[in-house]
Unconditional design. Structure first.
Length: 171
Protein backbone atom coordinates (compact mmCIF):
# COMPACT_ATOMS: atom_id res chain seq x y z
CA UNK A 1 0.00 0.00 0.00
CA UNK A 2 2.77 2.43 0.86
CA UNK A 3 4.48 1.63 -2.43
CA UNK A 4 1.22 2.33 -4.28
CA UNK A 5 0.78 5.73 -2.61
CA UNK A 6 4.39 6.55 -3.35
CA UNK A 7 3.87 5.74 -7.05
CA UNK A 8 0.66 7.79 -7.25
CA UNK A 9 2.25 10.79 -5.58
CA UNK A 10 5.36 10.50 -7.72
CA UNK A 11 3.32 10.49 -10.91
CA UNK A 12 1.36 13.61 -10.05
CA UNK A 13 2.76 16.80 -11.49
CA UNK A 14 1.95 20.16 -10.11
CA UNK A 15 1.05 22.89 -12.57
CA UNK A 16 2.55 26.20 -11.53
CA UNK A 17 1.44 29.27 -13.44
CA UNK A 18 4.12 31.10 -15.46
CA UNK A 19 2.83 34.46 -14.34
CA UNK A 20 0.58 36.15 -11.84
CA UNK A 21 -0.17 39.65 -10.63
CA UNK A 22 2.86 39.53 -8.31
CA UNK A 23 5.02 37.65 -10.86
CA UNK A 24 4.63 39.54 -14.16
CA UNK A 25 5.76 38.50 -17.62
CA UNK A 26 8.76 39.84 -19.48
CA UNK A 27 8.49 43.12 -21.39
CA UNK A 28 6.46 42.66 -24.58
CA UNK A 29 4.34 39.89 -23.08
CA UNK A 30 1.12 39.81 -21.13
CA UNK A 31 -0.30 37.34 -18.63
CA UNK A 32 -3.34 35.45 -19.90
CA UNK A 33 -4.73 32.60 -17.78
CA UNK A 34 -1.43 32.25 -15.94
CA UNK A 35 0.69 32.00 -19.09
CA UNK A 36 2.95 34.60 -20.68
CA UNK A 37 2.03 35.28 -24.29
CA UNK A 38 3.22 37.91 -26.75
CA UNK A 39 1.17 41.10 -26.55
CA UNK A 40 -1.20 41.68 -29.41
CA UNK A 41 -1.18 45.01 -31.19
CA UNK A 42 -2.90 46.85 -34.00
CA UNK A 43 -0.24 49.54 -34.53
CA UNK A 44 3.39 50.06 -33.55
CA UNK A 45 2.24 52.79 -31.15
CA UNK A 46 1.05 49.98 -28.86
CA UNK A 47 4.54 48.45 -28.72
CA UNK A 48 7.62 49.50 -26.80
CA UNK A 49 10.51 51.57 -28.09
CA UNK A 50 12.54 49.70 -30.71
CA UNK A 51 9.59 47.36 -31.37
CA UNK A 52 7.00 47.34 -34.12
CA UNK A 53 3.63 45.68 -34.68
CA UNK A 54 4.25 42.78 -37.06
CA UNK A 55 1.81 41.28 -39.59
CA UNK A 56 0.69 38.68 -37.03
CA UNK A 57 -0.25 41.49 -34.59
CA UNK A 58 2.54 40.90 -32.11
CA UNK A 59 5.12 43.37 -30.87
CA UNK A 60 8.42 42.37 -32.48
CA UNK A 61 11.92 43.64 -31.65
CA UNK A 62 13.13 46.02 -34.36
CA UNK A 63 11.54 48.81 -36.38
CA UNK A 64 9.58 49.63 -39.50
CA UNK A 65 9.78 53.43 -39.22
CA UNK A 66 11.98 56.05 -37.52
CA UNK A 67 9.23 56.60 -34.93
CA UNK A 68 9.81 53.04 -33.63
CA UNK A 69 13.38 54.02 -32.63
CA UNK A 70 14.91 56.05 -29.81
CA UNK A 71 15.28 59.79 -30.39
CA UNK A 72 18.37 60.39 -32.52
CA UNK A 73 18.18 56.98 -34.20
CA UNK A 74 16.68 56.04 -37.54
CA UNK A 75 15.19 52.80 -38.84
CA UNK A 76 17.12 50.77 -41.38
CA UNK A 77 14.09 49.28 -43.15
CA UNK A 78 16.21 46.65 -44.92
CA UNK A 79 17.33 45.08 -41.63
CA UNK A 80 14.49 46.34 -39.40
CA UNK A 81 17.04 47.67 -36.92
CA UNK A 82 17.47 51.07 -35.29
CA UNK A 83 20.77 52.78 -36.09
CA UNK A 84 22.38 56.05 -35.10
CA UNK A 85 20.92 58.72 -37.38
CA UNK A 86 23.15 60.75 -39.65
CA UNK A 87 23.24 64.50 -39.18
CA UNK A 88 21.14 66.78 -41.35
CA UNK A 89 21.68 70.08 -39.52
CA UNK A 90 24.89 71.35 -37.89
CA UNK A 91 23.12 73.17 -35.06
CA UNK A 92 20.61 70.42 -34.26
CA UNK A 93 22.62 67.25 -34.76
CA UNK A 94 26.31 68.01 -34.15
CA UNK A 95 28.33 68.82 -31.04
CA UNK A 96 30.16 71.98 -30.08
CA UNK A 97 32.61 73.18 -32.76
CA UNK A 98 31.42 70.60 -35.31
CA UNK A 99 29.87 70.91 -38.76
CA UNK A 100 27.52 68.46 -40.52
CA UNK A 101 28.98 67.17 -43.80
CA UNK A 102 26.99 66.54 -46.98
CA UNK A 103 27.46 62.80 -46.29
CA UNK A 104 25.68 63.18 -42.93
CA UNK A 105 28.71 62.99 -40.62
CA UNK A 106 29.67 65.50 -37.92
CA UNK A 107 33.29 66.62 -38.11
CA UNK A 108 35.53 68.94 -36.07
CA UNK A 109 35.49 72.52 -37.41
CA UNK A 110 39.21 73.13 -36.85
CA UNK A 111 40.64 76.43 -38.05
CA UNK A 112 40.42 79.50 -35.85
CA UNK A 113 37.12 78.85 -34.05
CA UNK A 114 37.66 79.45 -30.30
CA UNK A 115 41.42 79.84 -30.70
CA UNK A 116 43.06 82.04 -28.02
CA UNK A 117 44.14 85.45 -29.32
CA UNK A 118 45.53 88.80 -28.29
CA UNK A 119 44.87 90.59 -31.58
CA UNK A 120 43.52 89.98 -35.10
CA UNK A 121 46.95 88.75 -36.26
CA UNK A 122 46.43 85.61 -34.13
CA UNK A 123 43.23 84.78 -36.03
CA UNK A 124 44.54 84.08 -39.53
CA UNK A 125 43.47 87.22 -41.35
CA UNK A 126 40.54 87.02 -43.80
CA UNK A 127 38.64 89.57 -41.68
CA UNK A 128 38.59 87.33 -38.59
CA UNK A 129 38.55 89.29 -35.33
CA UNK A 130 39.96 88.81 -31.84
CA UNK A 131 36.86 89.15 -29.65
CA UNK A 132 36.95 88.68 -25.86
CA UNK A 133 40.27 86.81 -26.08
CA UNK A 134 39.12 84.30 -28.72
CA UNK A 135 39.12 84.35 -32.50
CA UNK A 136 35.81 85.17 -34.13
CA UNK A 137 35.67 83.75 -37.64
CA UNK A 138 33.87 85.94 -40.19
CA UNK A 139 30.33 84.81 -41.09
CA UNK A 140 27.16 86.03 -42.75
CA UNK A 141 24.58 83.69 -41.16
CA UNK A 142 24.46 81.09 -38.36
CA UNK A 143 24.84 78.33 -40.96
CA UNK A 144 28.42 79.56 -41.56
CA UNK A 145 29.24 78.68 -37.95
CA UNK A 146 29.82 75.28 -36.30
CA UNK A 147 27.55 73.78 -33.62
CA UNK A 148 27.34 75.88 -30.45
CA UNK A 149 28.20 79.13 -32.27
CA UNK A 150 26.01 82.00 -33.46
CA UNK A 151 26.80 84.61 -36.10
CA UNK A 152 26.76 87.92 -34.21
CA UNK A 153 27.75 91.51 -35.06
CA UNK A 154 30.17 92.76 -32.36
CA UNK A 155 31.55 95.40 -34.72
CA UNK A 156 29.66 97.79 -36.94
CA UNK A 157 30.81 96.23 -40.21
CA UNK A 158 31.70 92.65 -39.21
CA UNK A 159 29.79 89.53 -38.25
CA UNK A 160 31.70 86.71 -36.50
CA UNK A 161 30.93 83.21 -35.24
CA UNK A 162 30.72 83.54 -31.45
CA UNK A 163 30.48 81.06 -28.59
CA UNK A 164 31.30 81.08 -24.89
CA UNK A 165 34.60 79.36 -25.68
CA UNK A 166 35.95 79.43 -22.12
CA UNK A 167 33.26 76.94 -21.10
CA UNK A 168 34.77 74.35 -23.44
CA UNK A 169 38.43 74.70 -22.47
CA UNK A 170 40.18 71.69 -20.93
CA UNK A 171 40.57 72.31 -17.23
Amino acid sequence: MIAFLFLVLACQTSTVAECAEDDPCEFGQECISGRCVAKTCATSDQCGIEEYCSADNTCTVGCQADTDCMYGDQCNVETNTCELAQCTDTHLDCGFNEFCSIQGDCYEAGGYFCRDCEDEGDCGGNGNKCFNGYCGVVCQTDSDCPGGFACIQPYEDTFVCYATCYLYEDK
